[in-house]
Write a protein that binds this ligand. Structure first.
Ligand code: CP
Ligand code: NVA
Length: 303
């Protein structure tokens, strides 16, 4: 039987995603109460990182430790992956030893290829095209602060990047309205905009886009791998900074999220993360709880 993977939010049904959010909230409470829960005792997570990470690495490693399991950090610099061993071979070998694999890489097709040849669940921990784990944490955070996200208006500001793509998928999977506001030439892929047209609209006017928004989200202007475009992008995105004044124009109960790391003075104003409407630290912490729910679901099949 082929294992379940989590390469994008579409790999799970709406019901399964809803279950994961509730389970993440439950696991957080259990941890706070000092309740031991070790469903992955004796299990190992392989963690392939071809890009830098703070939150993703620490949340997955800590999650495995709390679950009674172990994790192995694999960087291309120290493994044969970096010396050209084919993905297919690496997937077949690693998945005969570990119980799940997490991959952060560039081309999304690499994650897909790895999953095709893997005997164990594969988790996309960020590719150039999607960042589904972050969405689990974001939806958990919204749910904790404001209840169900269904029917709410979410505004994505800035680049039509991997996070934005996952927000488009989330709009469908969690049933919310998404408005994307960014400069010309940096829109999300037209194929996704068309596919999710019942949930997603584009609005160049950032102030208009903010009206009535229950959640405003943004991300860096230049993602990992786009460093050399930084100056050009800074110019293009200059009108798309999220500020306290922008939040003032949204719904009175608006929340602000950012997957982090953030660049103050670029995509957000210097004071934004200190604003009481910003919940970025809860959002970062929830990577731990949401991914524990995901690991438990994928590795033990419990739901
Ligand atoms: N948000 C996020 O994925 O952070 P890291 O790059 O630090 O893992
Ligand atoms: N869009 C960013 C997200 C980082 C977590 C990047 O890909 O670098």
């Amino acid at each position: 039987m082929s294992p379940r993977h989590f390469l994008t939010l579409r790999d799970l049904s709406k019901e399964e995603l809803g279950y994961l959010i509730q389970r993440a909230i439950e696991l957080k409470t259990m941890l706070r109460n000092g309740q031991r829960h070790e469903p992955l005792r004796g299990k190992t997570l392989g963690m392939i990182f071809e890009k830098a990470s703070t939150r993703t690495r620490v949340s997955f490693e800590t999650g495995m430790t709390q679950f009674g399991g172990a994790s192995i950090f694999l960087s291309p610099r120290d493994t044969q992956l970096g010396r050209g061993e084919p993905i297919e071979d690496s997937a077949r070998v690693l998945s005969r030893m570990v119980d799940a694999v997490m991959i952060r890489t560039f081309e999304h097709s690499k994650v897909e290829l790895f999953a095709e040849y893997s005997q164990v669940p594969v988790i996309n921990a960020l590719s150039d095209d999607f960042h589904p784990c972050q969405l689990l944490a974001d939806v958990q955070t919204f749910t904790e602060h404001r209840g169900n996200i269904k029917g709410k208006k979410v505004l994505w500001v800035g680049d039509g990047n991997n996070m934005c793509n996952s927000y488009m998928e989330a709009a469908q999977q969690f049933d919310f309205e998404l408005v994307v506001s960014g400069p010309e030439n940096y829109d999300p892929p037209q194929a996704l905009v068309d596919e999710f047209s019942s949930y997603v609209t584009l609005e160049r006017d950032i102030n208009k886009a903010a009206e009535g928004a229950h959640l405003i989200v943004t991300d860096v202007w230049a993602s990992m791998g786009q460093e050399e475009e930084q100056a050009k992008r800074a110019k293009a995105f200059a009108d798309y900074q999220v500020t306290r004044e922008l939040l003032d124009q949204a719904h009175e109960e608006v929340l602000f999220m950012h997957c982090l790391p953030a660049h103050r003075g670029e995509e957000i104003s210097h004071d934004l993360l200190e604003d009481p409407r910003s919940v970025v630290w809860d959002e970062a912490e929830n990577r731990l709880h949401a991914q524990k729910a995901l690991l438990e679901f994928l590795v033990t099949g419990t739901h």
